[in-house]
Design a protein around this ligand. Structure first.
Ligand SMILES: NC(=O)c1ccc[n+]([C@@H]2O[C@H](COP(=O)([O-])OP(=O)(O)OC[C@H]3O[C@@H](n4cnc5c(N)ncnc54)[C@H](OP(=O)(O)O)[C@@H]3O)[C@@H](O)[C@H]2O)c1
Length: 268
C-alpha cells in the first residue's frame, strides 16, 4: 500500500524519493508519484521501483501523506476534486513561496499542512530546510515530516511561518551567493595574473574544501577564519580590505533584499 504520494517527480521529488529509500525510511512499494505532461514520473518509477500513475485519485486513495513537489504556479491548475481526495491526509509542500493560507484554501480538509523551504543542495542530500506547520504536528506526522525532509539534508528546522521569508533569503537563495562569491574569486584570480582555467579550478576547490572543512570540524566559521589568519599576514590583509568595503553590510543588504522579495512574491 502506497503511504506517500508525490505530486511532481522532478529534481526535488527525485532527491527525496532517492533519500528516503536509501535511508530505509520507506520501501519503494510504499511510495508512488504522478507528474504533468512529461515522462518524469515514469522515469522516476523505473529508476527507483516506486509506483507511478497518471491518476492521482487512485494514488491518494491509498496514501497517507501527499508531498507537493510541482512548480508553485502549477498548484492553481490542479483539479478541484483534490479537496475531497486529500481529506484526512498530511500535506507536505516544498513549493517555494506558497503560504500556509494558500495551501489551506487548496486543501481545506487535510489533516495538517507543512510548508517547507528546501534549497538546491537538497538535490544531492546536502540541503538545509526550514519548515512551518498549519497546526502542531502529531508525533507521527512530525516523524514523517522530518524523515521525508531529512532526505534532502541533515539540517531541518521548524520555525514560525513569519520567519520563512528570512529562511528563503539565507538558505534558500544562499547557495547562489556562494556560487557568485566563487565566480568573484575566479575573476580576482585572473586579475591577479592566473590563467582563467587555473583561477577557476583554484576558486572552486577552495570553496568546496572550505565547506568540507566547516562540516568536518563543526567550528564557528569565525573561529575557522581566525585559524588561517596570522597577524600581519596575507589573509589579514584581505580581511581588512573586506572590512573596509563592509562585506558584512553588503551581505546583510542582499539578504534583506531577498527577504523583501520573498514577502512580495508570497502576496501575489
Ligand atoms: N530545485 C530546487 O533546488 C528547489 C529548492 C527549493 C524549493 N524548490 C521547490 O520544489 C518544487 C519542485 O522543484 P523541482 O526543481 O523539482 O521542479 P521540476 O524538476 O521542474 O519538477 C516539477 C515536477 O512537477 C510535475 N508536474 C507539473 N505539473 C503537474 C501537475 N499538474 N500534476 C502533477 N505533477 C505536475 C512535473 O511533471 P512533468 O515534468 O512530467 O510535467 C515535474 O515532475 C518547486 O515548487 C520549487 O519551488 C526547489
Amino acid at each position: 500500500m502506497a503511504k506517500v504520494t508525490f505530486l511532481g517527480a522532478g529534481r526535488m521529488a527525485s532527491a527525496i524519493v532517492g533519500g528516503i529509500i536509501a535511508k530505509g525510511i520507506y520501501k519503494p512499494t510504499d511510495i508512488a508519484c504522478t507528474c504533468g505532461d512529461d515522462d518524469t514520473g515514469e522515469k522516476l518509477a523505473k529508476q527507483t521501483g516506486i509506483g507511478y500513475s497518471r491518476n492521482l485519485a487512485t494514488l491518494l486513495a491509498e496514501a497517507d501523506v501527499l508531498v507537493l513537489a510541482c512548480k508553485p504556479q502549477q498548484l492553481a491548475q490542479l483539479p478541484e476534486s483534490l479537496r475531497a481526495q486529500t481529506a484526512g491526509k498530511l500535506i507536505l509542500s516544498i513549493l517555494a513561496g506558497t503560504t500556509l493560507a494558500r495551501l489551506s484554501e487548496r486543501f481545506p480538509e487535510a489533516r495538517n499542512i507543512v510548508r517547507s523551504m528546501p534549497n538546491t543542495p537538497g538535490q544531492i542530500g546536502a540541503g538545509a530546510t526550514g519548515f512551518c506547520v498549519a497546526n502542531a504536528l502529531s508525533p507521527n506526522d512530525l516523524a514523517a515530516t522530518t524523515q521525508i525532509l531529512g532526505a534532502l539534508g541533515e539540517v531541518v528546522v521548524e520555525l514560525p511561518e513569519a520567519q520563512l521569508d528570512a529562511v528563503t533569503a539565507v538558505s534558500g537563495s544562499g547557495p547562489a551567493y556562494i556560487f557568485e562569491f566563487t565566480k568573484a574569486l575566479e575573476e580576482a584570480g585572473v586579475q591577479a595574473g592566473l590563467e582563467r582555467k587555473t583561477a577557476a579550478t583554484l576558486a572552486r576547490q577552495t570553496v568546496i574544501g572550505a565547506g568540507n572543512l566547516m562540516a568536518a570540524l563543526e567550528e564557528d566559521p569565525e573561529t575557522l577564519r581566525n585559524h588561517v589568519t596570522s597577524p600581519g599576514g596575507t589573509t589579514q590583509a584581505a580581511l581588512e580590505s573586506f572590512t573596509a568595503s563592509d562585506l558584512r553590510g553588503i551581505v546583510a543588504k542582499a539578504v534583506e533584499a531577498a527577504k523583501a522579495r520573498s514577502i512580495e512574491l508570497s502576496q501575489l
